[in-house]
Design a protein around this ligand. Structure first.
Ligand SMILES: [Fe+2]
Length: 384
């Protein structure tokens, strides 16, 4: 199909994109959300999946329907590391191959005729990952090539994962919500702090009243960035570093922020995945990490996380989820918008997502950016 032949369900949204980009790795669950004793049902990219662990603890992911009579496999059980349908007892391995038909001999050749749709799965960095796509047309690239480097080296980086969240909004609206100039307004109370060096403990909110706050637009290495200022143009600390390496958005749905949450603290990197459950809900995974090379640095980062970063992220997440839901459904939101100049970086991300989706129709896969590596962080002094 030629690229121009697609139907749009909203401006810049070709039909099908509302339920995501296929042929990428997704962190579909936290490791601890999938135990050894029973399967777990998860919906991603509009598709119901079942996840479980084999006898070695390695994850398997199948389409959540028994190929016999279409019962959900996620209401079944795990036996000897295989997934058993609760209905008639067919068993499956991680490739989706049927391994047992209980009313036939254990080595019955009929088993070869029964196969559930399977997805390549891995566990890394405290997440269960699935390559959601058509592995025959686009074979899964090594997961290590497509995840942020912090997750590959636990000796060098220390990261904290936030709980899995479900937001009541289409994923494209949530990605739009990562623009670089809303934060100083939407997160004015959760991010802005007094311009005083951190000595440990909770931080003091900025004293400048909301009525006195304004936004100054800058062009940073990450694209458009709004910084908070008072009426006289004096900056109010929100913690965004303006000059860092790498792309802020990485396909299929990763947003990166480099944050110094309070003056005097070491910056951390926040990585955020936002991908569709279905066209109305988004699954959100987030971790924050620092590069730490000494036990003292690790202890300081742990303290910064619990005292400052964690409450900040919880507030930001609540506010971002609220505002994404407040835009209504995707088509309504896109039809009623009027973009301004500072929206251009957000708009460019939209175009990258759309181009990746259309490339898939042309039998091409757009690899995630390799410019995703932000370490070492640049310009340690510049944060606003
Ligand atoms: Fe936000």
């Amino acid at each position: 199909m030629a690229a121009r032949d697609f139907v749009e369900i909203a401006p810049d949204v070709p039909a099908g994109l509302e339920i995501g980009l296929r042929n990428y790795w997704y962190p579909i669950a936290l490791s601890e959300e999938v135990g050894r004793d029973r399967p777990v049902g998860i919906k991603c990219l509009g598709e119901s999946l079942v996840v479980w662990r084999d006898e070695d603890g390695r994850p398997g992911v199948l389409f959540d329907r028994c190929p016999h009579r279409a019962a959900r496999l996620s209401v079944g059980r795990v036996l000897e590391g295989q997934l058993q349908c609760a209905f008639h007892g067919l068993r499956f391995d991680k490739t989706g191959q049927c391994t047992l038909i209980p009313w036939e001999p254990d080595d019955s050749p009929s088993r070869r005729d029964v196969c559930a749709q399977s997805y390549t799965a891995r566990e890394l960095g405290g997440y269960i990952w699935a390559y959601l796509g058509d592995a025959e047309r686009f074979s899964p690239p090594p997961l290590e090539q497509e995840v942020p480097q912090e997750l590959l080296n636990g000796d060098e980086y220390l990261w904290f994962r936030m709980p899995t969240e479900v937001w009541d909004a289409n994923w494209l609206l949530t990605i739009d919500g990562g623009d670089g100039f809303h934060a100083v307004m939407l997160h004015s109370e959760t991010q802005a702090v007094e311009d005083r060096a951190w000595q440990g403990g909770k931080v003091q909110p900025a004293s400048v009243s909301l009525a006195e706050r304004r936004v100054k637009i800058l062009q940073s290495s990450y694209g458009v960035r709004g910084i908070a200022v008072d009426r006289e143009g004096r900056p109010i600390h929100h913690g965004h570093l303006l000059d860092v390496k790498g792309d802020r958005f990485i396909l299929p749905c990763i947003t990166t922020n480099v944050i110094r949450p309070v003056p005097g603290a070491e910056p951390y990197v926040a990585r955020l995945w936002q991908f569709p459950i279905d066209e109305k809900r988004t699954l959100v995974q987030r971790f924050v990490g620092q590069r730490v090379t000494t036990p003292e640095a690790a202890a300081r980062w742990e303290r910064l996380f619990h005292d400052v970063a964690k409450p900040r992220l919880e507030g930001i997440s609540r506010e971002d989820a609220m505002i994404a839901a407040a835009q209504g459904n995707l088509a309504t939101a896109r039809k009623h918008e009027h973009l301004f100049e500072p929206d251009k970086s957000m708009y460019e991300v939209r175009q990258r997502i759309k181009a990746a989706f259309l490339a898939g129709r042309e039998e091409k896969r757009v690899a995630p950016s390799r410019q995703s590596l932000v370490w070492p962080l640049a310009s340690p002094s510049a944060a606003t």
